[in-house]
Design a binder for this molecule. Sequence first.
Ligand code: DAK
Length: 263
Amino acid sequence: MDFILYEVEGAVGTITINREKALNALNSQVLDELSATLDAVDLETVRCLILTGAGAKSFVAGADIGEMSTLTKAEAEAFGKKGNDVFRKLETFPIPVIAAVNGFALGGGCEISMSCDIRICSDNAIFGQPEVGLGITPGFGGTQRLARLVSPGMAKQLIYTARNIKADEAYRIGLVNAVYTQEELLPAAKKMAAGIAMQAPIAVRNAKKAINDGLQTDMDQAIVIEEKLFGDCFETEDQKAGMGNFLEKDKEKKLKVVPFQNK
Ligand code: DAK
């Protein structure tokens, strides 16, 4: 891998987009390597992922403008599909993914963060969808995910004006869950990831699926999706152990409801 670093500490995997000279811009190779890295994550042991960018300046400064500038219509569609496939892979990845946004998250950078389950950022982070200023629309799901994550009106304002926003505004509109200093960001992401990794993994996976799948449909069907995934938990050891420990008032044991089964 030239542009992706992957390291595992305990049950937490950290993927770093490592193309610092180009502010971690997403070219085809980065997208291919990211896809291959996700395919290689050992889901037997890893329970939460963190996605971040190399260096102190940028998370991802967008899709690679140099590579895109000469694309034909067909090539642009193929590039869009490559990105969208990776972003969907992240979004539907069985375990949670936390975006630790450490600087610029522009265009495809904002979009990849929105494919993650949770976004936290450093105080130097800048978010934006500048595409209309480049003569294109957001192409990696930005029109869809931003409108769902913040509000349609705010998404339209940000996309139509191509205006970048700072970390505090991203927090105010609900695009990120928390803002940290640059030094605190990765430790905070790791702490959150470790907290997720301590929970019953099947329950966490099912909760992710229930939220994601439920948001794609109406409430009547969404509730059925939740019921099914809730029911599935009752075939797990974790449910028996977790509830049994509570009923036995065995605090000692309660703490021992880790590690859970992972299948
Ligand atoms: N692509 C390629 N290289 C980039 C880049 C990018 N997005 N952003 C930065 N770089 C490179 C710069 O060219 C420069 O390279 P060298 O000149 O040193 O070789 C290096 O990173 C450092 O950048 P700067 O010198 O510009 O650094 P500054 O601190 O002065 O400025 C900046 C930082 C982030 C404000 C600036 O670099 C900037 O404005 N970058 C572009 C940000 C941007 O517009 N991003 C959105 C890209 S559009 C689609 C699929 C996807 C998309 C659209 C359609 N389909 C096919 C359907 C997505 C589009 C986008 O993401």
